[in-house]
Design a binder for this molecule. Structure first.
Ligand SMILES: Nc1ncnc2c1ncn2[C@@H]1O[C@H](COP(=O)(O)OP(=O)(O)OP(=O)(O)O)[C@@H](O)[C@H]1O
Length: 236
């Protein structure tokens, strides 16, 4: 892989992207995008609506194949990786709003879904290891005692904590956060940001947060890049 990345940092690379082109058929959304993110860092990516932030996450999650270029997670190239389950375990995605935030699902079941994704409940039943990982994740996000609560009854901040617990329960080493605090009030925002920082240090996570709000990203991440014209560049 070539490396014209905007972040050069010592240590193991959590995410390496080289000359990536991704689109949906017509004009590419990401064009010649490169990145080298060291493990344990917290990166913010700023960009307006439609700039391609979600597309970048989908590519890192292996959901959209690139038309050119490569992505490696912890040194393993996605395109060549046969162990898809390994990729799914490594990268935890936290959406803007919790799914199933509007469905009658308990907190415990929402977190357990993180173990297998959508097949949970239909084809599999949680074992002792699954329940223990879910309990541990709920402890770390401060939601012990809410296991039986209906997700719909939770506050926005609590729903985000469920979404983070669902990523932790797979033992993900990389967290992708999509505008995690958009729908939260100031206090819940500060609470969530402090929790993510604590988890990053305790679990040695690599965290990537995307937002249209560069000012907010500056407050919560180590380093911030801008997504512009399909590429990542230093903020001016
Ligand atoms: N499934 C899709 N099919 C076709 N085009 C898509 C698809 N998803 C996104 N796009 C287009 O790709 C471009 C980038 O979209 P993307 O959702 O990645 O941007 P974003 O920065 O995440 O936006 P937002 O901040 O609104 O979430 C947009 O022009 C969008 O219309």
């Amino acid at each position: 892989m070539t490396n014209s990345s905007p972040i050069i940092a010592a240590g193991v690379s959590a995410i390496t992207i080289a000359d990536l082109w991704v689109g949906y058929g017509q004009a590419p959304v990401l064009r010649d995008l490169s990145l080298n993110l060291a493990a344990g860092r917290s990166l913010g990516i700023a960009g307006p609506n439609g700039s391609g932030k979600s597309t970048l996450f989908k590519a890192i999650l292996g959901l959209i194949p690139p038309s050119r270029g490569e992505i490696a997670i912890l040194g393993r190239r996605l395109a060549a990786e046969r162990d898809r389950a390994w990729v799914r375990r490594q990268v935890g995605y936290v959406p803007q709003q919790l799914f199933p935030g509007r469905l009658p699902v308990s907190v415990l079941d929402a977190v357990l879904m993180g173990r297998w994704g959508k097949t949970f409940g239909f084809f599999k039943h949680p074992g002792a290891a699954d329940r223990s990982a879910a309990r541990q994740a709920l402890l770390e996000v401060g939601l012990v005692g809410h296991e039986r609560s209906d997700c719909r009854s939770l506050s926005g901040g609590e729903q985000q904590k469920v979404a983070i617990a669902r990523a932790l329960v797979r033992d993900a080493s990389i967290l992708l956060l999509d505008e995690p605090t958009t729908y939260l009030d100031q206090r819940s925002k500060a609470d969530l940001v402090a929790m993510i920082e604590r988890l990053r240090h305790q679990r040695r996570l690599t965290v990537v947060t995307v937002s249209h709000d560069a000012g907010h990203l500056r407050e919560i991440t180590d380093v911030i890049l801008r997504l512009r014209d399909g590429r990542l560049e230093e903020m001016p």
